[in-house]
Every structure is written in structure tokens, then in C-alpha cells.
Design a binder for this molecule. Structure first.
Ligand code: BG6
Length: 503
């Protein structure tokens, strides 16, 4: 993350980018297009090599063709495609079993060759775009082959999501990685942190003087975070059946938003200053007791409905899904952060698939003013101020305020002040992975999850995982496609005299 606003970015260090799982979707849809976007913006060194590792016995020529096809499909910028075509001869392929030593020995030799051929300075970024069960075994093999050793240049490992499937497995994975790498060599990706508007949360809170004084329990009634998707499970049932909405979205993406919106100001934007504050915030979140899980959380699974003249199927009828599946496709929860700033302020979080619209937003509802002045008119109609930060789509900020309706009588109506990111700046149409790849090459870990943060995230959802696992859901499926989740989700807020907000 650039700390120097307006300052041209330096070119990243020359390096080899080794992608394990290079034949998969991530490489063609996101990683390669992101590298091409960085290349077109002159942010990559000319001393760059790309090594795709995959199981198939393919060749470098075939890999280059694969990357070439991806350019046409996933790189909308002509300049990025041009950069990509020119860089194709810097791409190489190594086929074999990444869990066996042979491949890593070959990789070591190839890296030495590339080092000479492309003068890549011995720096290597290993990107694990593989199934999560391969993360630790691959790093162990890299370690055994001496490829994590930093004598001849830096060595960094990027680990994709999901990082573990519960607290114990995340802890174990952290330990396995720590046995081979230093923490500062490990870059755990959460792609939400690559989103421009997520990064803007820091600017919004800490580059403006007016919000911070009222950013606390004295002025804020509650906070809501919604991450809604219209899509269903698509072709990902094999993974999603083992995950569900809670694991898939909450300890990672939603908690990133939660920590950015609620953390204390960091001492600086240096990686560990920011991550210390995020970790401190996550540590302060109240862990739900099993009884509280029953009253503070809601789960749901979608069922068929006709939407825009098309019938969307039950989750249980989706390809690859168990017809009796107990996997949740919706999760909502109420959390408290009993620290000095947030004591007594509820944070309501929800996420789900097949909801009525795709939207990620954070709403901060302020307390009502005393209203004595307006008691004789319609005080109950005066709505509290709400500040909504839309992360996607139509990125922007909305502030709801009460205004006098013109005319002789004193009537108040709520109106909205709106700032559109797109109108003001034009959001770059990248993949979201550009910043993350660039930061990793620049050794800036601000936007990556640290070991303790991942574990803290899991430790907050663990009570829900335990209770939900112990009590199978009796009412699944319990919400229709294109509705806002089960009725219990609305009741979660209605019990507190509140309701969900969507701009
Ligand atoms: C991924 C989840 O991490 O995030 C998906 O595994 C989800 O299930 C996706 O659809 C949402 O990301 P975005 O960027 O589309 O909001």
C-alpha cells in the first residue's frame, strides 16, 4: 500500500514469480491479468520471470498459449495485453507433483537458470494457488530443497484463502509454515484488502478530522456490515459444502472490514503498526457463549424461487451439493467489542448468497439527538443519521441527515448527501490483485494477514462453528432466493428495535 500519496511508485524488485496450481482459474482470471496491469503501468521490473507449476505434463510453449488466451478473455486493457504478449517469453512451465521432492529439485535448477537468463537477482515469490491441503506440504518441500533460504535474494510465500477451516487447523498451518519460513516471508491473502475502497477506509477515518471525535459509543448507536451476493454456489460445491457462509466470508472478509472500521488509529501506516491495531481490535471482540450463539447468530440456506422469469434452484439441488446438506449459505451475527471506544455498541454482520442484490457496505447509525426542540411536531419520524460506506458496487459514501421541508410549517425529512468514488476518481478497473502482488514484491505486508490476526478471526467464529455443528439446522432451507435471508435475521435486529439498512 503506497504511503506517499501522489508520489510515483517505484518499480518492484526483479524476481521470479512461481505459481503453484498455475493451471487453475486464479492464474488465468486474476494473477496473470494483474501482472499485465502492473506491467503496463511500468510497476514491474524488466528482470522478471514467471514459472507456472502444475500437475499436468504440459510444456512452456503450451503454458504461454494458455496465458495468451487468458489475455483475450480477462485483460480488457489493450496496453496490458500488449505488455503480456511481450512478456510471454519470460514465462516457463514445470509439470509434476508439487508434494514430491523431485519437482522442487527441478525448480531449484530452473530458478538458477532463470536467474542467469533474466537476471532476476535470486528473488522468488512463491504463490500457492492450490487446494489448501497442499499449502503446508508444498512449503515443506520448498524448505527441504533449500528454496526458502534467503542467501541469494529474498524468498516470499503468498498463501491463498482459506487459511485453515477452524481455529485448530489455522493454528496448525501457522505452525507448519513457521517451521520453514519467518513470519515476514509469509503473505496471507485476503482479496478484500486489495479493493481500493477497503483501503479507503483508513483514509476516510484517519485523514479527516470530523469523524474521529464522534467515532465511539457516545455518538454511535450501532454498526452494520452487509456483504450480499446474488450468485449462488455456482461450480464450487466441493469447496463450499465443507465451508459454508460463515467460514467462507466472516473470519476473513467481514472481519477485515470490522477491524478497519473499529480499530484505533495506528502509530503509522507501517505494516505492523496497522496489523497490531487490527489484532488488538479482534482480541477485544467478545467471544459468544454457546447460549449467546443461539440468540446472537442466525444461519440460513436458500431455496428455489422465480427471479426475473427464471427459476433459481434450491441450494440442495445445485450440482455437487448433498440433497440433505446442512451447509449454510447465509450467516448473520451480533457482536460486541467491550473496549473503551465501543462498550455497548452492537455490530451486526451479515453475508449470504442468492440475496436480492450484490452489495458490500458498512452503515454507521448515530444516536438520535435529544429532539426536545421538535417534540411538538413529529419527533418519531425523525430518523437517526446514518453514514454508509459502500465498498462495492457503485463505491461511495452516503450521509443521511434530517432537513426542513420548505414551507411555513417545521417539517423534517431525511435527505442524503452522496459522494461517488467513480464520478470523482474513476476507480481503476483492475483485478484487485495488482496492489497485493506489487506490495508483496515491495515487501509491504500491510494488506496481508498476520498469523495472530488469522487465529483471532477464527477464535471469534469458533463458538458458532461448534454450536452449529452440534445442532443441525431443522428449518433448512429457510429463505427464498432473492430475499434478504431468513426472517430470524430481521428479528435479530428487531428485538433491539433496529432494522437492516441497505442504501
Ligand atoms: C471469496 C468467497 O473469498 O469471496 C466467495 O470464497 C465469494 O464465496 C467471494 O463469492 C466474494 O468476493 P467479491 O470480491 O466478489 O465480493
Amino acid at each position: 500500500m503506497s504511503q506517499a500519496a501522489g508520489v510515483a511508485h517505484p518499480t518492484a524488485d526483479g524476481c521470479s514469480v512461481v505459481i503453484f496450481g498455475a493451471g487453475g482459474d486464479l492464474t488465468k482470471r486474476l494473477l496473470w491479468p494483474a501482472l499485465c496491469n502492473l506491467g503496463k503501468d511500468n510497476l514491474l521490473s524488466k528482470q522478471l520471470a514467471i514459472v507456472g507449476c502444475g500437475r499436468s505434463n504440459s510444456s512452456s510453449a503450451a503454458f504461454r498459449q494458455h496465458l495468451q488466451r487468458s489475455l483475450t478473455q480477462f485483460s480488457p486493457h489493450a496496453a496490458a495485453r500488449k505488455w503480456g504478449r511481450q512478456a510471454l517469453n519470460q514465462a516457463h512451465y514445470l509439470g509434476g507433483d508439487a508434494l514430491q521432492p523431485a519437482l522442487h529439485n527441478q525448480l531449484g535448477k530452473l530458478l538458477q537458470r532463470l536467474h542467469k537468463q533474466h537476471s532476476v537477482l535470486g528473488n522468488v515469490l512463491f504463490y500457492l494457488a492450490t487446494p489448501p491441503s497442499c499449502f503446508a506440504p508444498i512449503v515443506q518441500q520448498l524448505g527441504k530443497a533449500g528454496l526458502i533460504d534467503q542467501k541469494s535474494g529474498w524468498r516470499r510465500v503468498v498463501v491463498e484463502k482459506p487459511f485453515g477451516h477452524d481455529l485448530a487447523s489455522a493454528q496448525q498451518l501457522n505452525e507448519q509454515l513457521a517451521a520453514i519460513c519467518h513470519e515476514d516471508q509469509i503473505f496471507r491473502i485476503d482479496h478484500y484488502l486489495g479493493k481500493e475502497t477497503v483501503q479507503n477506509l483508513l483514509a476516510f477515518r484517519f485523514a479527516n478530522g470530523i469523524f474521529e471525535p464522534i467515532w465511539n459509543h457516545r455518538y454511535i448507536d450501532h454498526v452494520q456490515i452487509t456483504v450480499a451476493e446474488t450468485l449462488g454456489v455456482q461450480q464450487r460445491a466441493a469447496y463450499y459444502e465443507t465451508a459454508g457462509a460463515l467460514r467462507d466470508m466472516v473470519p476473513n472478509h467481514l472481519f477485515q472490514l470490522l477491524s478497519l472500521i473499529a480499530m484505533e488509529p495506528p502509530n503509522s501506516f507501517a505494516a505492523n503498526d496497522v496489523r497490531d491495531e487490527k489484532a488488538k481490535l479482534l482480541r477485544a471482540v467478545h467471544r459468544l457463549s454457546p447460549e449467546q450463539v443461539l440468540t446472537h447468530s442466525v444461519r440460513g440456506q436458500y431455496c428455489a424461487a422465480v427471479v426475473d422469469n427464471a427459476t433459481l434452484p434450491d441450494y440442495r439441488q445445485e450440482p455437487g451439493v448433498d440433497p440433505q446438506s446442512a451447509t449454510e449459505t447465509f450467516a448473520a451475527l451480533k457482536l460486541f467489542i467491550p473496549n473503551w471506544r465501543w462498550a455497548g455498541v452492537p455490530f451486526y454482520l451479515r453475508t449470504g448468497k442468492r440475496l436480492p442484490k450484490r452489495v458490500t457496505e458498512i452503515s454507521i447509525q448515530f444516536k438520535k439527538p435529544p429532539l426536545l426542540l421538535f417534540e411538538h411536531i413529529q419527533a418519531t419520524n425523525i430518523l437517526p443519521n446514518v453514514l454508509t460506506i459502500r465498498i462495492q458496487p457503485q463505491e461511495g459514501i452516503w450521509l443521511r441527515v434530517g432537513a426542513k421541508v420548505p414551507g411555513p410549517a417545521m417539517r423534517i425529512q431525511d435527505v442524503t448527501m452522496h459522494f461517488s468514488y467513480q464520478e470523482q476518481f474513476r476507480i481503476p478497473t483492475g483485478t484487485g490483485y495488482e496492489t497485493l502482488l506489487y506490495d508483496c514484491m515491495m515487501n509491504d505486508a500491510t494488506l496481508f494477514q498476520r498469523d495472530d490476526m488469522v487465529q483471532l478471526g477464527w477464535s471469534i467464529v469458533q463458538p458458532m462453528l461448534d454450536v452449529w455443528h452440534a445442532l443441525s439446522p431443522r428449518d433448512f432451507p429457510n429463505y427464498a432466493c432473492s430475499s434478504w435471508g431468513p426472517k430470524e435475521s430481521d428479528e435479530l435486529l428487531a428485538r433491539d428495535g433496529r432494522q437492516w439498512i441497505v442504501i
